[in-house]
Ligand binder design. Structure first.
Ligand code: SF4
Length: 64
């Protein structure tokens, strides 16, 4: 599974970082990015929670 953040949709709330700090981080510009392309199995649940909780629906999870 891979995560990506659409920079056009991200509003920088940081909710994804709160839900899954091992996969998402805020850039110096204040928007989120996925820090790891391939999500480790032990972080999948958190990453899915982050995606479902993103108010802007900016996170996409895809299977590799
Ligand atoms: S929760 Fe969504 S809108 Fe907020 S920082 Fe994360 S990706 Fe961006």
């Amino acid at each position: 599974m891979r995560a990506s953040v659409d920079p056009e949709l991200c509003a920088g709330h940081g909710a994804c970082v709160d839900s899954c700090p091992d996969v998402f981080a805020l850039t110096p510009g204040g928007f989120a990015e996925a820090t790891e392309e391939e999500i480790p199995d032990d972080h999948l649940r958190q990453a899915e929670q982050a995606a479902s909780r993103c108010p802007e629906k900016a996170i996409t999870l895809t299977t590799a």
